[in-house]
Design a protein around this ligand. Structure first.
Ligand SMILES: Cc1cc2nc3c(=O)[nH]c(=O)nc-3n(C[C@H](O)[C@H](O)[C@H](O)COP(=O)(O)O)c2cc1C
Ligand code: SF4
Ligand code: SF4
Length: 277
């Protein structure tokens, strides 16, 4: 099949999903000797239009894993904004070294419903945005090497096949999408931090406005950067992108969950790749 371009499409508040999706798309594009572009739908400004992809473009579509699924606030965008025309596609998720649970299965299913011919999928362990102690530095050199091997296999399959004949990959033996993972605290009980919002250390804040610009929910007030006016999805974009380290969470249930993750999920979780056979 002749592919004319490759497009990386992603929701990536803290940047890991962007780096993995663009690495895969760039490597496939280089192997196919075609141009590559990106559509980043993390911010509200990128979600005002719908995107259609022709059958001669290859789409690499990525989201992080939140509570074992596609982030629930990003799911409507995945479902409503992107449409293929039998467009060959690769689904990828990132996750923070605990588990990707059902997120990849869900993404493959949703893309299939939207006219994409998904023929490959993969889940990549990345640093956990909740803690610098969980999977620090990932994706690392070993991950990048696996990412490139996966991307080259995608390119080879594109050259050999026809999107109409692609079969969707079966993820982990075909387990159905499970309910959202319930975060636990150090005591093993559910940690309820749905209403938690970031605080601002006024002594460190320089009023640069970056936190308001990077919030995917548009929830940090542009009038007062210490105020969160709307929904907070705990994505940590404002925390990790604040140049002064002024944003933080002090919610006890949230911090207990982070501690539980640090105690139990420091082992190295390896990426998993799947191809439709
Ligand atoms: C609200 C929330 C829930 C998360 N849930 C999970 C999870 O269930 N399993 C896991 O391994 N990582 C989980 N993570 C970690 C992210 O999946 C991981 O850090 C991801 O790479 C972040 O992507 P980004 O850098 O593109 O924003 C969660 C992160 C957030 C913010
Ligand atoms: S990014 Fe940090 S320093 Fe800049 S306004 Fe926000 S909290 Fe203040
Ligand atoms: S306020 Fe909440 S949703 Fe917005 S960037 Fe910060 S953590 Fe993410």
């Amino acid at each position: 099949m002749k592919i004319k371009s490759v497009c990386a499409v992603y929701f990536s508040p803290a940047g890991s999903t962007k780096s993995v999706a663009e690495r895969i798309a760039g490597t496939v594009a280089a192997a196919l000797e075609v141009p590559f572009r990106s559509i980043d739908f993390t911010l509200p400004s990128a979600r005002t239009e719908k995107y259609r992809f022709p059958s001669d473009e290859l789409v690499v579509f990525g989201t992080p894993t939140y509570a074992g699924r596609i982030p629930n606030k990003a799911l409507p965008f995945v479902q409503e904004l992107f449409e293929g025309e039998g467009t060959p596609a690769v689904s990828i998720v990132t996750y923070g070294n605990r588990n990707f649970d059902s997120s990849l299965t869900e993404l493959v299913e949703e893309m299939g419903k939207n006219g994409f011919a998904v023929f490959a999928a993969a889940a990549w362990a990345c640093r956990h945005v909740f803690s610098p102690k969980i999977a620090p530095g990932r994706p690392d050199e070993a991950d990048l090497s696996k990412i490139d091997t996966f991307a080259k296999e995608c390119a080879a399959r594109i050259c050999a096949g026809d999107a109409g004949s692609f079969k969707a990959p079966v993820i982990r033996g075909g387990e159905p999408v499970a309910p959202y993972y319930v975060p636990k605290g150090v005591d093993g009980q559910p940690a309820k931090f749905l209403k938690a919002k970031p605080l601002t250390d006024a002594a460190k804040c320089t009023n640069c406005g970056i936190c308001a610009k990077v919030c995917p929910m548009g929830s940090v007030s542009f009038e007062d950067y210490s105020v969160v006016t709307g929904v907070c999805i705990k994505c940590q974009a404002c925390v990790v992108k604040c140049p002064e380290g002024a944003k933080y969470f002090d919610d006890a249930a949230f911090l207990s969950h982070v501690q539980m993750l640090e105690q139990n999920f420091t082992r190295r979780s390896e990426p998993e790749c799947f191809f439709g056979e």
